[in-house]
Design a protein around this ligand. Structure first.
Ligand code: SAM
Length: 230
């Protein structure tokens, strides 16, 4: 997503600072102390956010419509969402939306998804949402797609047993690529539709910014849920 640097960005970021989680400074581990702290270099999510219930991720949250609506409809103290976005200007808009709408149990992390294993413990995530990920249509850019092998290996490490990935896109090329990529990287396709909005999976569907834009133009929305093969 191309986005201009926001006016007064630093001051605006400070105002919503409480909604962010950051990477902790690496601290030397003391092997004699049994600690609930994450391993050195892991993100220190604050207690209430990190240490109980399920953690969901949305990767590439854009301006935050999906994350905020998910917070209102489905999140709770026991199910929290960490919205990951590498574009700080998009993430600023998402955080401002979250603040103005009073969304609870939702926090934000400004990082490239490929770095997630450096900051989240293995097996700590129970669901990953990939919504309208950039298609990178040129073959030579395929390693940048969020459903390419490199990223699926990242998600494998992060997901807890029984965890899954929910992926939506209007882009048929990216979708076909992703179906194969999930299968080749040890995931099972548990649900699939080439027209989500007229399918059995549409109930409770939360529409994203891109989903609204492309479905209004008449494009069908493709959807799949992939779970780890046993
Ligand atoms: C096409 S937009 C979709 C935004 C939103 N999910 C929606 O459906 O409206 C894709 C978003 O993913 C973010 N993104 C792309 N690659 C990423 C990565 N490797 N790590 C984190 N965010 C990424 C982009 O910055 C952009 O905001």
């Amino acid at each position: 997503m191309h986005m201009r640097k926001k006016k007064n960005r630093d001051a605006r970021l400070l105002k919503v600072d409480g909604l962010r989680v950051r990477q902790a400074e690496p601290v030397p581990a003391d092997p004699s102390v049994e600690s609930r702290e994450p391993a050195p270099g892991k993100v220190l999510l604050d207690e209430s956010f990190a240490q109980k219930g399920d953690l969901y991720l949305e990767i590439g949250c854009g301006k935050g419509t999906f994350a905020c609506e998910t917070a209102k409809r489905t999140l709770s103290e026991d199910v929290r969402l960490l919205a990951v976005e590498m574009n700080i200007d998009a993430m600023l808009m998402a955080m401002e939306k979250c603040a103005s709408e009073g969304c609870a149990n939702l926090k934000f992390l400004n990082i490239n998804a490929e770095k997630l294993p450096d900051v989240l413990p293995p097996g700590s995530v129970s669901r990953i949402y990939l919504n309208f990920s950039d298609p990178w249509p040129r073959n030579r850019d395929r390693h940048r797609r969020l459903t390419s092998e490199k990223f699926l290996q990242v998600y494998r490490q992060l997901l807890a047993p029984g965890g899954d990935i929910r992926f939506k896109t209007d882009n048929r090329g990216l979708f076909d690529f992703s179906v194969e990529s999930f299968k080749q990287n040890g995931f099972e396709i548990a649900e699939i539709s080439y027209d989500l909005h007229s399918s059995e999976w549409n109930e409770g569907n939360i529409v994203t910014e891109y989903e609204q834009k492309w479905s209004e133009k008449g494009f069908p929305i493709h959807y799949l849920r992939a779970s780890l093969s046993q």
